[in-house]
Design a protein around this ligand. Structure first.
Ligand SMILES: C[S@@+](CC[C@H](N)C(=O)[O-])C[C@H]1O[C@@H](n2cnc3c(N)ncnc32)[C@H](O)[C@@H]1O
Length: 247
């Protein structure tokens, strides 16, 4: 791993190291992210297409865009972005995630540049991207403001950051911790720490303080009957996503 680890919380990264082998098992510990993937990919692709004026009916609409998937895990989002034509760098603080992501991309015939590196180290190295995907990571870092500032530095002017996380309220405690970890046992107990969850207003302030302009926010809502996630304009009570641009 490269230097500049200021925003890494070693105990958080250790949790993901321990689960690294399971990234691509849709019934394993990352089942919630697999279930959520169609819904969040729909949001991400529409935000990128709108920001960069791309036609989603074409084969590789994101050709020419350089995209960073920060906290990429096993590459559940890096791979679809590469399929859509983006030049993808997947970065993660957990070293064990990288070979898992690399092997899966190779087996899928995709070229993705996976690196065991932090956002701060990439920013220090002067890397620049059109898009930063920052999905389900900010609730796992030691210093969200420093982390989001590094993400801002990584964007070119006019670049887009899509950032998702979990709200902090009694409902999110019941759903994301008691429900997902203790009742459904989707995730190992202790995967999430409720006090590290961030309300939408707090996230908007952090994003603005980092020098980005928030342009959209939506909820991701799980329907236990259809067993599917949907995008909601109004319900940001548990999982939610924001889009921001660098002026
Ligand atoms: C919940 S997973 C999300 C993975 C992926 N973004 C997704 O949504 O499918 C969080 C990931 O963030 C990584 N992570 C935690 N802290 C990090 C940091 N400071 N910098 C980069 N990655 C980090 C973890 O190792 C883990 O792979």
């Amino acid at each position: 791993m490269q230097t500049a680890q200021t925003t890494v919380d070693p105990s958080e990264v250790a949790k993901f190291e321990a689960m690294a082998a399971e990234w691509w098992d849709p019934k394993g510990k990352f089942k919630p992210l697999h279930l959520m993937n169609p819904c969040r990919l729909d949001y991400i692709t529409r935000q990128i297409a709108s920001e960069f004026n791309r036609d989603l009916s074409t084969d590789r609409p994101f050709e020419g865009l350089r995209l960073l998937d920060i906290g990429c895990g096993g590459g559940l989002l890096s791979e679809p972005m590469a399929r859509l034509g983006a030049t993808v760098v997947g970065a993660d603080a957990a070293a064990g995630n990288i070979p898992v992501a690399q092997v899966h991309a190779e087996q899928s015939g995709l070229e993705i540049d996976y690196r065991n590196v932090t956002a701060e180290a990439l920013a220090e190295a002067g890397e620049q991207f059109d898009v930063v995907l920052n999905m389900e990571v900010v609730e796992h870092v030691a210093d969200p403001q420093a982390y989001l500032t590094a993400c801002q530095q990584l964007l070119k002017p006019g670049g887009l950051m899509v950032c998702s996380t979990i709200n902090r309220n009694p409902k999110s405690f019941a759903m994301a911790i008691v429900g997902a970890e203790y009742i459904m046992r989707w995730l190992p107990k202790g995967t999430h720490e409720w006090h590290k969850f961030i309300t939408p207003d707090e996230l908007v302030s952090l994003i603005q303080n980092a020098g980005l302009e928030p342009v959209d926010r939506k909820g991701f809502v799980f329907n236990p009957v259809s067993w599917q996630w949907k995008i909601s304009d109004r319900d940001l009570s548990v999982n939610y996503v924001t889009a921001s641009v660098k002026p």
